[in-house]
Design a binder for this molecule. Structure first.
Ligand code: AMP
Ligand code: ZN
Length: 469
């Protein structure tokens, strides 16, 4: 099966050719663990889980290595640790924050049907590799030491030329534009405004490690160097696929590419870069002040979004209905529709849990993970076992019990139910029976049973409803 993937490096869809078909290697930037993951964070996890499953299907389960890191050193972590555990020494408090947050993260994404990656490295366990890369970069003239910092110089990368990629090639920006665009106060120790931190001194009481390049102070790594170090350690100097959300293209991935290619002298860090589009909630950027910020955990275990808890299987399907490169609008209405659709699909599979994969769905999926296309095609798969096999490839459990939620009792949003009932009555007046049935299914998915009757006097259509228990 010819797999095509859209590559941010070339801005085209290309045939995917792994460096070694016996060990296909993928790295995806993971979470910074200081708080519950939000539903936007779930998008790359689900999208790249589908790719992991597809690669395993094509190349064999034991021939794919998927690395997704944990960033456990960061200012946000330090702040959270000091706030939540003021009585503990900072390092102990940090350990508490990162361990509980990482555990919660793994539970959340498992509930979304995601396989554990092959390797889940932690940044703090790769400080030696980071220091080795930093020392190579300094020795190669790509980085310099200044006031306890080590800084990477994009200008030095571009001056070196040769096989190295141009700094800015991934993000499709020119270094001159970037220099012109820097308006903020530039730190005095930087030679150029675009130079970025590989290593910085730790303040009193902050976590710190002996610094590279013979510096006496304790220090800590910058964010970008972490991923260069962890991908090198577990996947080698060059690997096949690097993924993450679109917001990571610049500066994070551009800087990772700069560090890895300059340290190891290759033209690429990864041959294919893939980025998922952004998620917004009810038409707006997710933000705590707008009240539309929602965590995976809240969706799974509380009635905060749409008045009920949602099964991880429904959240997964809702995420896959939009093409991974498009923006996605996360809405209660779409979750309701998705819940009804998933019930129907599980019914059609008639309790089967495995089977072969429908070849047409597979072909559509191999076209740059065209999931909306694949899902459209899935609806016409008749054979229950093939339907089950195909849905399993996409990571659905095929266990009806998984559609139940473990959250609080459904609390009904009466206004929303009435609005749906009114819309259904309007559809029936207009003889739009398909729409009327769709709304009935949507209500059923919300646990609402409806009863139609005619008013004996006026002949007017009436609909009553009750909560199914
Ligand atoms: P962060 O912890 O912010 O570094 O994000 C972890 C991952 O989630 C990265 O791959 C981000 O690109 C991705 N991400 C964060 N916010 C969103 C969002 N609203 N929509 C889609 N992906 C996101
Ligand atoms: Zn990264």
């Amino acid at each position: 099966m010819a797999l095509q993937l859209y590559n941010t490096l070339t801005r085209t869809k290309q045939a995917f050719v792994p460096m070694d078909a016996a060990n296909v290697r993928m790295y995806v930037c993971g979470p910074t663990v200081y708080d519950f993951a939000h539903i936007g964070n779930a998008r790359p996890v689900i999208v790249f889980d589908v790719l992991f499953r597809l690669l395993r299907h094509v190349y064999g389960d034991n021939h794919v290595t998927y690395v997704r890191n944990i960033t456990d050193v960061d200012d946000k972590i330090n702040d959270r640790a000091a706030r939540d555990f003021p009585a503990l020494p900072l390092n102990e408090a940090i350990r508490r924050v990162t361990e509980t947050t990482a555990d919660q993260y793994h539970q959340d994404v498992a509930a979304l049907g995601c396989l554990p990656p092959s390797i889940v490295p932690r940044a703090t366990e790769h400080i030696d590799e980071m220091k080795q890369i930093i020392e190579r970069l300094v020795a190669g003239g790509f980085a310099y030491v200044a006031e306890g910092h080590v800084l990477f110089s994009p200008s030095a990368q571009n001056a070196a030329g040769g096989v190295l990629p141009r700094y800015g090639a991934l993000a499709n920006r020119s270094l001159d534009e970037m220099i012109a665009g820097v308006r903020v106060d530039v730190a005095p120790y930087k030679q150029d405004a675009t130079d970025f931190v590989l290593w910085k001194p730790s303040k009193e009481g902050e976590p710190g490690w002996p610094s590279p390049c013979g510096m006496a102070s304790l220090g800590r790594p910058g964010w970008h160097i972490e991923c260069s170090a962890m991908s090198w350690k577990h996947l080698g100097e060059v690997f096949d696929i690097h993924g993450g959300g679109i917001d990571l293209v610049f500066p994070h991935h551009e800087n990772e590419v700069a560090q890895s290619t300059c340290a190891f002298g290759h033209s690429a860090m990864a041959n294919v870069f893939m980025h998922n589009g952004f998620l917004q909630v009810e038409g707006k950027k997710m933000s705590k002040s707008d009240g539309n910020f929602v965590t995976i955990n809240e969706l799974l275990a509380t009635d905060r979004f749409g008045g009920r808890a949602w099964s991880g299987q429904v959240l997964r399907l809702a995420m896959l209905r939009t093409h991974y490169r498009q923006p996605i609008d996360w809405t209660v209405a779409s979750l309701q529709e998705t819940a009804a659709t998933l019930e129907r699909l599980f019914d059609k599979a008639e309790g089967q849990t495995s089977g072969t994969v429908d070849p047409e769905v597979l072909a559509v999926l191999c076209d740059d993970l065209n999931l909306p296309g694949a899902l459209a095609r899935i609806h016409s798969v008749k054979d229950p076992a093939i339907l089950a096999g195909t849905l399993s490839l996409l990571g659905f459990s095929m266990n009806r019990d998984d559609l139940k939620t473990s959250g609080p009792e459904t609390s009904v949003d009466v206004g929303a139910v009435q609005a749906l009932i009114d819309a259904r009555i309007a559809a029936r007046h207009g003889k739009d029976w398909a729409e009327s049935d769709r709304i009935r299914d949507e209500l059923l998915a919300l646990g609402i049973q409806i009863m139609d009757s005619k008013d004996p006097v006026t002949g007017e259509l009436k609909t009553e409803w009750e909560v199914k228990r």
